[in-house]
Design a protein around this ligand. Structure first.
Ligand code: AMP
Length: 443
């Protein structure tokens, strides 16, 4: 299977060759022809499967060939849960569209709206936005959505988890009825199906892996450990190869910060990425990690969602997620595109119920191996009454939303060329505080 055989234009094929991509991933092979034919698409694919190109390539092709208009209204709208993801999609569109004349801009909050308004006035073909800030623009009438031909809902499940449904409904109802809608989601949960029923027209379904499955190239391993010795065990594991880029998941922001201080004191180069960090700090942490200046990135679930880091050899769950599905999202960052990956979880007694949930969801036993020197005082319980962390243990205190998240003032450098990126984590606006107590949405 080649990109050429999918019907992509020469300008895109050249850009793909520049990227070094030789063949389409399964989601690309499944989705691209369907999208090029103009169908609505419901695609089940998690981050790491190449899903961004699966919608970006046919979208660019459509915009560069069909119905060239002189209007300055956006012709495509991509909605995505977080600013990081929006920035990544922007980067990908720029890479894939480098031989085409298609412009894009990111729209997300946390910074002044002025530059975004100017970009919209100048006119862009593609708007990549988080729902909250987009609604702000709609309210201020600084955005005309009447020319949108293609709507992409990226990580739709996550947008719903984050409480964006009312914003999504509002945005979609402002779009032309006659349009193509592409919905990407890690799973086809009932809420996703219902969204599709309401807003899509006879969607074709493409699914690259059964819901909640994980890449077969990932090895799962559990190191049981007493809670009091977890930090030491993490250090022990990390020290085995201190040059290896490692993504570590912490359940809480506070926990992530504490862990980073501890690792730094121990001589490792670590950084944290979570919702209380300013946009600048988050962008810096990510680029330091990508460039190798930092070898350990400690992240919370929401902050890490969709972060595009190539071929990470190992992901460590310092804490297990409270919601088993988040395990799947977390380890989506290793074992990508055929490379081998290791998902290592450090599990203390109080988390054994969570481990049980994960095993059930994945329908597989995860290898449990004690590390010499870190043996458990008593074995993990994996029966029906296995304990789970209590409410209070997963989030020391409510997220502070005023300060940190709102200072993310600067534009990311890549956004300058044709774009006025803002800097708000989608969670940073009090109007969009997620409902309920779903811990993943708090991180
Ligand atoms: P995504 O699932 O969109 O986050 O993509 C995951 C990673 O796979 C990104 O780093 C892409 O640049 C990369 N990628 C996408 N398509 C291909 C391909 N056909 N061959 C190799 N890598 C790809």
């Amino acid at each position: 299977m080649s990109f050429e055989s999918l019907g992509l234009a020469p300008a895109l094929l050249r850009a793909l060759a520049d990227q070094g991509y030789t063949q389409p991933t399964p989601i690309q092979a499944g989705a691209i022809p369907v999208v090029l034919e103009g169908h609505d698409l419901l695609a089940a694919a998690q981050t790491g499967t190449g899903k961004t190109a699966a919608f970006a390539l046919p979208l660019l092709q459509h915009l560069s060939t069909a119905g060239q208009t002189m209007t300055r209204r956006p012709r495509a709208l991509i909605l995505t849960p977080t600013r990081e993801l929006a920035a990544q999609i922007y980067d990908n569109l720029r890479d894939y569209g480098k031989h085409l004349r298609v412009s894009s801009a990111t729209i997300f909050g946390g910074v002044s709206m002025g530059p975004q308004i100017q970009a919209l006035r100048r006119g862009v073909d593609i708007v990549i936005a988080t729902p909250g800030r987009l609604v702000d623009h709609m309210q201020q009438r600084t955005l005309d959505l009447s020319g949108v031909e293609v709507l992409v809902l990226d990580e739709a499940d996550r947008m719903l988890d984050m409480g964006f449904l009312p914003s999504l409904k509002r945005i979609i109802s402002a779009l032309p009825k006659q349009r193509q809608t592409l919905l990407f989601s890690a799973t086809f949960a009932p809420e996703i199906k219902s969204l599709a029923m309401q807003f899509m027209h006879a969607p074709r379904e493409v699914s690259v892996a059964p819901a909640n499955s994980v890449a077969t190239t990932v090895t799962h391993e559990v190191h049981p450990v007493d809670a009091s010795r977890k930090r030491d065990l993490l250090l022990h594991v990390l020290s085995k190869d201190s040059r290896r880029q490692t993504l570590v998941f912490s359940r809480t922001k506070h926990g992530a910060d504490k862990l980073v201080s501890y690792l730094e004191h121990s001589g490792l180069r670590a950084a944290a990425i979570h919702g209380n960090k300013s946009q600048n700090a988050r962008t810096r942490a990510l680029s330091d990690f990508k460039s190798g200046r930092v070898t350990v990135l400690v992240a919370t679930d929401i902050a890490a969602r969709g972060i595009d880091i190539d071929q990470l050899p190992i992901v460590i769950n310092y804490d297990l997620p409270m919601v088993a599905e988040d395990y799947v999202h977390r380890i989506g960052r290793t074992g990508r595109a055929g490379a081998d990956g290791l998902a290592l979880s450090l599990v203390s007694h109080d988390e054994s119920g969570l481990l049980r949930d994960i095993r059930k969801l994945l329908a597989q036993d995860l290898a449990i191996n004690e590390v010499p020197g870190f043996e458990l005082s008593s074995p993990l319980r994996l029966d029906a009454n296995a304990p789970r962390p209590k409410q209070g243990q997963r989030q020391a205190r409510p997220p502070q939303r005023q300060g940190g998240q709102r200072q993310g003032g600067s534009h990311r450098p890549h956004a300058h060329a044709q774009n006025n990126g803002g800097g708000e984590h989608a969670m940073g606006n009090r109007k969009r505080r997620p409902r309920g107590s779903r811990p993943a949405a708090k991180a």
